[in-house]
Every structure is written in structure tokens, then in C-alpha cells.
Design a protein around this ligand. Structure first.
Ligand SMILES: *Cc1c(COP(=O)(O)O)cnc(C)c1O
Length: 462
């Protein structure tokens, strides 16, 4: 299995080679040169770990089966995910269910890919006898999921900038109470945009970046996408009665990583339908409805109750478009040149034969609150605002003969304010998280300034 760039102008590379990298040198994103066929793996009746091993081995044949087995078995445990099934499907009624992706240590679906990514990075760094210092900025879930992925891993350090006082109380406690020698919470007197600008400026210093072996764990990392394919296969096996059944997945979407993984699972032969669901930041819904991909100005991004989906453009969308243009790298490069120049492109205009086999929908803030209320009243289940976006769309689109499965991407406990607004009470604190409020915090307050961050990194990397 080799990986090629969507822009067609970079040498192909192996899974391990792209693991620690971001964009391909030509500015594109890496994609597998072809898709493995799921039906060859004989997955019926297998548990999560075995499904994961088959799927991940097909994407990472350059990691030995024994090593991969050790990594996967240590990562996907009942201790870390609260359930042997890792991502169980819970039916609310016949043909309507939740795919519970948010049982990991930070109570959001990003744990599923990032717990694996941390272990894979540790493995590859050890083989190469190297270290990596991850520098990032977060306004919420990514920071804590990355911290819990890097925690206790050899050869990895994490320097995570976050804006002072701007994350939810639960998210802050979760990140800042970690007491680990390789995790540094840099809390900036500024906004998330300030934090991101600092990270960008530090990375722009090529000499510093090389000397201190700086890397990232961003949403375009291929290993994350591959890890997410596993739960679509696993969920299908548990919902479908035969290999010929269909199952629909409604996916709360932001950077289009989760929904892309569903697309890839389908390219691998899984008979599923996909509904991409957005909040009021509806870049993706607009594309799937009209064929026009129109990036928003950052000033036009709305602040919603589902902050992990508040995006101006979707960083993984280029990967989907690569398949859409039948892997014609030149055509893809032309579209992205147009996007850069005009801020948008439209495939429907260029291509009268336009068919996209993904559908979409969106939910407004009022609809999110109403859906949380409705689901609680009808099924006695509390869902978080991200999940509610997809649930709203799913309830409208149900077909009585096809199971509709909504991807649950976070636990309600992380978004207490919105739940109180919808239901009139705070969601219960999940088991094991009661003590969070009493633990001391481990942070360093800084001014959002590249020199300060560089000095901090230099002082903490031997
Ligand atoms: C990141 C995130 C999303 C969006 O997922 P994408 O892969 O970026 O589309 C949705 N819900 C939650 C809770 C998230 O953390």
C-alpha cells in the first residue's frame, strides 16, 4: 500500500513515512493509491480489536502484524473506552440508533483516532530512535484528546496553547489537571486566533522547527482517518443482518474527517449511505445540496453550541473531491487553484453529469435545543449538541426499512450550559470524572507571543 498526493506532484510514500507528516510536499493530501476490499477480511462476528487489526493492516502493511497487534490491543481496551465494544451501537427504537463514539478518556470521538495515533507515533519514533515535539493550539476537544493520546508516551512531548478562560469549564479541567512530565499547557492571555497565529509563526522558523523537531497532530493526518474507518465497519456488522442490507449513518461534521472515513468505508465495499450534517456553519451542506464549495471568511464563522463544527472550510474535503473527480490530480489541482483565487468553485456548473452519492442536512441553534429536548422526552437519553445536529437531520430523513444510525461524537457532560438550556438541568457527571473539580491545575500563563513560546520549548527540550 502506497500513498499518493491529491495534487499528483509528490513521490508516493508508505504509511509509516506519512505518519508524522502533514501536507504532501506539493501542498496536497495523501490518499491510499487504491482501496482494500473489506469483504476479503471475513469480519462477521469479530470484535472491535480484530476488525481494527484487519482494516489497519490493509492501510499500514509496513507495520508488522505482531507490532500492530500489540499497539491495537493496548489502545482499544475496556479500561480506556469504558466498554469492550469500544464503539457500541445503542438502538433507541427499531431502525434508529446511536453509534457511541465518545466513551474514550476525554469523552469525545477524537479519542478513537488519537489514542491510536499516539501509540503509532511512539512506535515509529522508537524504531527511528527519534523524538517529536508536538506544538498545537486548541479551543476545545482537540487539545485534551491530543494530551490524553500523548500522555505517558516515550519520545513525544506536547506543547498545547489554549486561550485563557474561553473553553468550557469541563474542557479546561480535563486538560489543565493533567500532571505529566511530557505535557505542557500554555495558557495564553488572548483568543484562539492569537494562539493559532503563534503556532504558525513558530513553525515558520524552519531552523527552530528542525532543531526542536516540531510536529503536529492535525485533522488531516491519514492515520486518524484510517482509524475511523474501523467503527463504520464494526457498526455495520452489528446493525445489518446480512451483507446485503443497507445502513445509513448521519455524521455531525466540521473538518470532514469523520464523514470522509465513512466515504472510505463505502469505497471499500461497505453498503452504507452517508448524511453529512452541519450546524449553521453549513459549508459542507451547501456543497452537497448545490455543488458549490464556498469557503467562508473567518469573521463569518458563527459561534454555536457545537463549537467543534464551527469551521470556515473543511480541511479533509480535498480528499473526497479527489475521488469525486475520479482521482484526476490535474482536475483537482485546477479546482483548488480556483478556490484559492475566488474563494469558491462549483462542480455542478462545470459538470452537468454531477452526481454525489452523499446527502446532507443542517440544524439551526433552535433546532439543536429542540432536538435535545425531544430525544430526552421520547427516549430518556441525553445527547450533546454536536450529536443533536445529526439527530435532527436523521429524524427528518428516516426510511422505515433502513436502519438510521447517528454518530454520537461527544458526551453531554462536556456541554453543561447547552443541556441546561434545553432541559432545565445539568447533565450528570460521568463515572470517574467526579474528582476532576478537586484536582490541581498544571499550566503556564503566557503572552501569545512566538518568542515566549520558543523560549519555553527550548527550556523544556533537552
Ligand atoms: C471534531 C468534532 C466533530 C467534527 O468532526 P470532523 O471530523 O471535523 O468533521 C464533531 N463533533 C465533535 C464533538 C468533535 O469533537
Amino acid at each position: 500500500m502506497r500513498y499518493i498526493s491529491t495534487r499528483g506532484n509528490a513521490a508516493s510514500r508508505s504509511f509509516k513515512e506519512i505518519l508524522l507528516e502533514g501536507l504532501a510536499p506539493d501542498g496536497g493530501l495523501y490518499m491510499p493509491e487504491s482501496y482494500p476490499e473489506l469483504r476479503k477480511f471475513r469480519l462477521w462476528g469479530q470484535g472491535y480489536v480484530d476488525v481494527a487489526l484487519s482494516v489497519l493492516n490493509s492501510f499500514a502493511p509496513d507495520i508488522s502484524w505482531d507490532d500492530l497487534q500489540t499497539i491495537v490491543r493496548r489502545t482499544y481496551t475496556k479500561e480506556a473506552f469504558g466498554d469492550e465494544r469500544i464503539t457500541p451501537v445503542e438502538m433507541l427504537e427499531p431502525n434508529l440508533g446511536l453509534l457511541r463514539l465518545s466513551n474514550g478518556p476525554t469523552l469525545a470521538f477524537k479519542d478513537v483516532p488519537l489514542q491510536l495515533l499516539g501509540a503509532l507515533m511512539e512506535h515509529v519514533l522508537r524504531e527511528r530512535n527519534e523524538e517529536l515535539n508536538i506544538l498545537g493550539a486548541t479551543s476545545g476537544d482537540t487539545g485534551s484528546a491530543a494530551a490524553y493520546a500523548v500522555r505517558g508516551k516515550r519520545g513525544l512531548r506536547l506543547f498545547m496553547l489554549s486561550p485563557y478562560g474561553r473553553m468550557s469549564r469541563f474542557q479546561q479541567r480535563q486538560m489543565y489537571t493533567l500532571d505529566e512530565p511530557n505535557i505542557f499547557n500554555l495558557v495564553a492571555n488572548g483568543t484562539f486566533d492569537d494562539c493559532q497565529a503563534v503556532v504558525k509563526e513558530v513553525n515558520a522558523d524552519a531552523e527552530f522547527k528542525k532543531k526542536y523537531k516540531l510536529g503536529a497532530v492535525n485533522s488531516i493526518n491519514w492515520a486518524r482517518i484510517a482509524a475511523q474507518v474501523v467503527y463504520y465497519a464494526y457498526a455495520f456488522l452489528h446493525v445489518a443482518r446480512t451483507a446485503y442490507d443497507h445502513v445509513t449513518f448521519a455524521v455531525p461534521s466540521g473538518n470532514f474527517g469523520n464523514a470522509l472515513s465513512a466515504h472510505i468505508a463505502r469505497q471499500m465495499g461497505l453498503p452504507i449511505d452517508i448524511i453529512v450534517c452541519t450546524n449553521e456553519n453549513d459549508v459542507l451542506d451547501e456543497f452537497f445540496r448545490t455543488g458549490a464549495y464556498r469557503v467562508r471568511a473567518s469573521a463569518d464563522v458563527r459561534i454555536t453550541s457545537s463549537p467543534s463544527m464551527d469551521i470556515a472550510s473543511a480541511s479533509n474535503f480535498e480528499r473526497f473531491m479527489f475521488d469525486y473527480v475520479d482521482r484526476d490530480a490535474q482536475a483537482l489541482t485546477r479546482l483548488w487553484a480556483e478556490l484559492k483565487e475566488k474563494g469558491q468553485f462549483s462542480v455542478r456548473e462545470n459538470d452537468p453529469g454531477y452526481v454525489v452519492d452523499i446527502s446532507s442536512g443542517k440544524a439551526t441553534e433552535a433546532e439543536v435545543l429542540a432536538t435535545i429536548h425531544h430525544v430526552y422526552e421520547k427516549y430518556d437519553v441525553i445527547i450533546d449538541p454536536h450529536t443533536a445536529v445529526a439527530m435532527k437531520v436523521a429524524l427528518e430523513r428516516r426510511d422505515k426499512d433502513v436502519p438510521m444510525i447517528v454518530a454520537e461524537t461527544a458526551q453531554p457532560a462536556k456541554f453543561g450550559d447547552t443541556i441546561r438550556e434545553a432541559l432545565g438541568f445539568e447533565p450528570p457527571v460521568p463515572k470517574g470524572y467526579e474528582r476532576l473539580a478537586d484536582l490541581p491545575e498544571h499550566t503556564t500563563r503566557i503572552d501569545p507571543d512566538a518568542e515566549t513560546v520558543k523560549q519555553f520549548i527550548a527550556a523544556h527540550v533537552q
